[in-house]
Design a binder for this molecule. Structure first.
Ligand code: HEM
Ligand SMILES: [Cu+2]
Length: 585
């Protein structure tokens, strides 16, 4: 299946086969990275609209009325448009930004390179997985322009709102398109997952034992495995939801529902069934995104501390334990669903157990810094930021994992603040850490460090500003997914907070423009990168920047040692690549 070097030289492929319908893992990785980046910009734009509404609910926005003539009729945001924005912001950020950039982008790019392979195990399947994502995105984007607008039942799509087309404007065609987009995403991610697991288990270079794999690879392997286990239930759930919507079944619909004064004929189903099936996917999905974030953080951190990753094996075991626990704690999203308190206790304990391996990983990250010779590059700074966000996010999780506290905090802005640190922040910073770090390999140019550092501060400071404030806004009782909160007297004391959050949000968005500028500027005339600009040890740094089709010329690399042999104390050449033979062997 894999390409050989001679095959590549024999017939140079056309432009279309080379850059568009390519089966080369590096091109596919870059396609995912770019597509995900564009979706991140779209998701941020939607977040901007949400913030506008929450901060200035009575202001008239004539320009926006021109862009969204229905949702912003007369310049004022309709409630149903607001909830569509929230739904699509969450959906796009999770499924089409973080999943694509971090997991599919870096995964496809790095797995063969860090393992010493020529390509993924199934290159055609790999190309197909990307080209299924494209229609998924088009379907999701089109839903903004259909009657009733985009889906409006949250990224969690709870029935009955999502199951009854007449329930609300966004429950119509927009919801059906949402389900199709998510189904296509799952099909694509499943193909990717099969490719990841097969490639990692079967295509490692000689000497690359499992315990010599970089932590990034471990995190992709584990993320792919949980993805493969958790996605099928959502697929089944989504098909059942489509049946409820279009074929008159009642999987999720109980008896006695009225819509517009009419009694619905459904009966016998339960909306809670969806919540179980959704969160059986939804919680592991969080780890499908966060574990690669942690893996990438380690791989970026280590070359800039010039010290081996502290507790490598323990980190691997902790990742495995987290993966296992992540499959059995989905009920912590449902504490208020009226579940038996004993079952709630089970989910609470499971959730709090996750804090143990998570803390160990955090401590290993910090211990990696101990005694190191820090090189504060943009990539290294983003990796340090990831550790901080992981800590803050984890602290919020301790509150929410306790059923007794969660019953107060559920569906408040506290939750939104918490999950933005974890699934928004850890992953966002890891994406940037990885981008600054591997950009030279991907494109042969180094990103500007000055712009990178300003970008770092304009990301991290506003992020704290927005989402720490959001925790307190939630503690004051502010509910999430409400299109206007100005009429609630109990929020008078904290009425200044939305402006603070929005100011930081717009500052942060402006800061992200620096990254786009940096990418364009550096591609155009950035400093040319040699093979190993960061003096790092893993295999990708022994290939040219960027590597040719087939990656390694005629001979595959051979691995003699672990991934992180740095000796800060040594001075001079303080690192030993994985391909350096052991002395006397
Ligand atoms: C520019 C930075 C961002 C800002 C200012 C922002 C802001 C917001 C706001 C205001 C809400 C809605 C709160 C509500 O009314 O319920 C929200 C929801 C959400 N955001 Fe973000 N966000 C940002 C980035 C991200 C990122 C990077 C992710 C990545 C995973 C993300 C994932 C979500 C999700 C899953 C929801 C929940 C949607 C739902 O309730 O169905 N956000 N965000
Ligand atoms: Cu969860």
């Amino acid at each position: 299946m894999a390409v050989t070097a001679t095959e590549t030289e024999a017939h140079p492929p056309s432009f279309l086969r080379r850059y568009v319908f390519s089966t080369d893992h590096k091109i596919i990785g870059i396609q995912y990275w770019l597509t995900g980046g564009l979706m991140g910009i779209l998701g941020a734009f939607l977040a901007g609209l949400i913030r506008l509404q929450l901060t200035w609910p009575t202001t008239q926005w004539n320009l926006l009325a021109k862009v969204f003539p229905v949702g912003m009729e007369g310049g004022f945001m309709k409630p149903e448009f607001y909830i569509s924005l929230v739904t699509m912001h969450g959906t796009i950020m999770i499924f089409f930004f973080v999943s694509l950039t971090l997991v599919s982008g870096f995964g496809n790019y790095l797995i063969p390179l860090q393992l010493g392979a020529r390509d993924m195990a199934f290159p055609f399947l790999n190309m197909l997985s990307y080209w299924i994502i494209v229609p998924a995105i088009l379907v999701a984007a089109a839903s903004f322009f259909v009657e009733g607008g985009a889906a409006g039942s949250g990224w969690t799509a709870y029935p009955p709102l999502s199951a009854i087309p007449e329930a609300a404007p966004g429950s119509g065609l927009g919801q059906t398109l949402w389900l199709i987009a998510v189904a296509l995403f799952i099909a694509s991610f499943t193909m990717g997952g099969l490719n990841y697991v097969t490639t990692i288990l079967n295509l490692r270079a000689r000497g690359m034992s499992l315990m010599r794999m970089p932590l990034t690879i471990w995190s992709f392997l584990i993320a792919a495995a949980i993805g493969l286990l958790a996605f099928p239930p959502l697929t089944a759930a989504a098909i059942m939801l489509l049946f409820d919507r279009h074929l008159g079944t009642s999987f999720y619909l109980p008896e006695g529902l009225f819509v517009a004064g009419q009694l619905l004929p459904n009966g016998g189903g339960s909306p809670l069934l969806w919540q179980h099936l959704f969160w059986f996917l939804g919680h592991p999905e969080v780890y499908v995104l966060i574990l690669p974030g942690l893996g990438v953080t380690f791989d970026v951190l280590v070359p800039f501390t010039r010290r081996p990753a502290f507790g490598y094996k323990v980190t691997v075991y902790c990742l495995l334990i987290i993966a296992f626990l992540s499959m059995v704690v989905w009920g912590h999203h449902m504490f208020v669903s009226g579940m038996n308190p004993l079952i709630g206790e089970f989910f609470s304990i499971g959730t709090l157990l996750i804090t143990i391996p998570s803390t160990v990983i955090g401590v290993n990250m910090i211990a990696t810094l101990w005694g190191g010779k820090l090189r504060l590059t943009s990539a290294g700074m983003f990796a340090l930021g990831t550790i901080c966000f992981f800590g803050v996010g984890g602290l919020g999780g301790v509150f929410l994992g306790n059923a007794a506290a969660d019953i107060q905090l559920h569906d408040t802005a506290f939750v939104v603040g918490h999950f933005h640190f974890m699934i928004g922040g850890v992953t966002l910073l890891a994406i940037f850490a990885g981008s600054y770090f591997w950009f030279p390999k991907m494109f042969g140019k180094i990103l500007s460090e000055t712009l990178g550092k300003i970008h770092f501060w304009l990301t991290v400071v506003p992020f704290y500003g927005i989402f720490v404030t959001m925790h307190f806004y939630g503690l004051a009782g502010a509910p999430r997914r409400y299109y206007s909160l100005s009429q609630y007297g109990f929020l008078d004391d904290v009425a200044w907070m939305p402006l603070v959050m929005s100011t930081f949000a717009f500052a942060m968005m402006a800061g992200q423009a620096l990254f786009v500028v940096n990418v364009i500027k550096s591609l155009w005339r950035g400093q040319v990168a040699d093979k190993n600009p960061w003096e790092a040890t893993t295999l990708e740094w022994t290939a040219p920047s960027p590597p040719p089709h087939g990656n390694w010329g005629d001979a595959l690399p051979v691995v003699y040692r672990g991934p992180y042999e740095y000796h800060a104390a040594m001075g001079g050449t303080d690192f030993v690549p994985q391909t350096a033979p052991q002395k006397g062997g």
